[in-house]
Design a protein around this ligand. Structure first.
Ligand code: AMP
Length: 115
């Protein structure tokens, strides 16, 4: 896959509001937040989109991403009120950046169905 802006954020070549980081994942505030809390959780390895994931191969990485989301939700005080986690996949899913990212949205009531 070709590199995206998120690779530059991983390498700290461009600034981001980083809220969590470990060896495998990085999380930072979305630059165009759709909710009072909107964080993107990304793997440090380059995977373009969710349809490239393999459950067995990427189980540990996905677990790390979920653990990070739960930690960030607790840190931001939305673990009790709730939140939404989502992957946008390709054109119809509304994906703009082709580096896998898990959206964490919270701090307001989410609508369903989504737009
Ligand atoms: P998606 O539409 O699922 O691909 O989401 C991509 C997200 O990345 C959007 O919500 C953008 O606002 C966000 N985004 C793009 N560039 C940056 C950046 N430099 N820093 C933080 N968030 C970004």
């Amino acid at each position: 896959m070709s590199e995206t802006i998120f690779s530059k954020i991983i390498r700290k070549e461009i600034p981001a509001d980083i809220v969590f980081e470990n060896e495998k994942v990085l999380a930072f505030s979305d630059i165009r937040p759709q909710a009072p809390i909107h964080v993107l959780i990304i793997p440090k390895i380059e995977i373009a989109t969710v349809s490239e994931l393999n459950g067995k191969l990427h189980a540990e990485l996905l677990g790390e991403m979920i653990d990070a989301a739960n930690k960030i939700a607790a840190d931001k005080g939305i673990d009790k009120s709730g939140f939404r986690l989502l992957f946008n996949c390709k054109d119809d899913g509304g994906q703009e950046v082709y580096h896998l990212h898990l959206h964490l949205l919270g701090g307001r009531k989410m609508n369903w169905p989504p737009g």
